[in-house]
Design a protein around this ligand. Structure first.
Ligand code: SF4
Length: 384
């Protein structure tokens, strides 16, 4: 028995749940090396151009190439999905030399161009991050606070190969990871190749996935995409997991859709007022539900997180759970999280946010669980 199985036996037992396997079918097969991770397909879809030519194209031209070959990828993905589990399919998409220019290369060039006038997230700072920082406090060179096998994630993800970036697109006053999210210098600069080496190491030492997290990983999209090219070249196969507040622009979403195998979105608030008050995020509900709908329509594998905030069951927890029930129907897995504790600015200035300067009560948590059950959500297998 491996050491982590002693600590998290539920991470093994959870796969006996047939419903859960069915809801995470793609991730499950990539995790077991019975299917190629999407980036391996993306890196092998040939685009008839030279990479030098891509750099000279306008953003519109690049997006038009991107969208054309993304459609091709989507067709291939559906076909591959229908054929797994299959070692033959795995070999087909993970072996052999990469084309000189692929859909993944187009994404890399697009992402690098976006960094020059950054709009990865809906703050749309439009700053050139090669020269200055955006609102997320990051430059174009990402920093990693820590990485390793994480045993505290949802059972299907453990052990999870987490890579924590510093900096964040949100300013949550109660941030539970404030030491890295609000202090980007608390991390080491990494190159895409170093990110790839970290991923390879995590996979070879037993990680079920690569878990991009922070802070928030959105400002590092360009480096992540570039790291995946190395992984594809080295014939490494590992599911990619996007662990994020989902405050991405459509452009950010489009860059990720064809390389992420499973999503761990955090639906925090049920309305814009709470998002503005606690995270200084505008148009929260519109942005988050737009992005989540894209995942739902594509039937992407998803474990949706919702952290129950004290005093926010009616205004946040219930609208979020209701939206999930209406839009994901029998597809979603939901983690109704109970671990909120006052942190960061709420501890320093409790008089400014007195309503969240406590843990959620048992009654509030029980009401959240009761409502999730009433809606017919599948939450118990992934809620700890
Ligand atoms: S990632 Fe978002 S917050 Fe950071 S610079 Fe880009 S648009 Fe601004």
């Amino acid at each position: 028995m491996r050491e982590w199985e002693l600590i998290r036996p539920d991470a093994v037992e959870v796969w006996r749940n047939k419903e859960l396997v069915q809801r995470l079918w793609w991730y499950y097969n990539v995790m077991l090396d019975n299917a190629p991770a999407k980036y391996n397909i993306c890196a092998r879809i040939e685009v008839p151009a030279k990479i030098d030519e891509l750099w000279n194209m306008s953003l519109n031209e690049l997006w038009s190439i991107h969208d054309k070959y993304s459609e091709e990828l989507d067709k291939i993905w559906l076909d591959v999905k229908s054929r797994v589990p299959s070692k033959h399919v795995l070999h087909e998409w993970t072996r052999g030399r990469l084309p000189s220019c692929s859909l993944l290369d187009v994404k890399i060039v697009l992402a690098r161009r976006i960094v020059q006038s950054c709009h990865f997230c809906e703050r749309r700072c439009r700053v050139n991050r090669y020269e200055r920082r955006g609102a997320c406090l990051t430059t174009a060179t990402p920093r990693v606070g820590t990485y390793g096998h994480h045993l505290g994630e949802e059972a299907p993800l453990v052990p999870s190969g987490t890579i924590f970036f510093t900096g964040c697109t949100f300013r949550c006053v109660y941030c539970q990871n404030w030491d890295i999210s609000q202090f980007p210098e608390n991390g080491d600069e990494v190159t895409p190749k170093q990110l790839a080496i970290i991923q390879k190491h995590l996979r070879e030492t037993g990680a079920r996935n690569i878990n991009w997290v922070g802070g928030d990983p959105t400002p590092a999209i360009h480096a992540i995409l570039e790291s995946l090219r190395y992984l594809a070249e080295w014939q490494v196969n590992v599911p990619q997991l996007w662990n994020s507040n989902m405050y991405l622009t459509l452009e950010g979403m489009k860059l990720l859709l064809h390389v992420m195998d499973i999503w761990l979105p955090d639906m925090k608030y049920g309305n814009d007022q709470c998002a503005e008050r606690y995270s200084i995020a505008k148009r929260y509900w519109e942005v988050i539900t737009r992005n989540m709908k894209i995942l739902a329509e594509r039937e992407e594998d998803c474990i949706i997180r919702h952290l129950v905030l004290p005093g926010h069951v009616e205004c946040c927890t219930k609208p979020v759970l209701k939206w999930i029930a209406e839009n994901y129907r029998d597809k979603a897995l939901v983690n109704v999280m109970d671990q909120y504790r006052p942190e960061w600015l709420v501890v320093r200035y409790p008089h400014r946010w007195p309503e969240i300067a406590r843990r959620p009560s048992k009654r509030e948590l029980d009401e959240a669980y009761r409502y999730a059950t009433e809606l017919g959500l599948c939450w118990e297998p992934v809620t700890r």
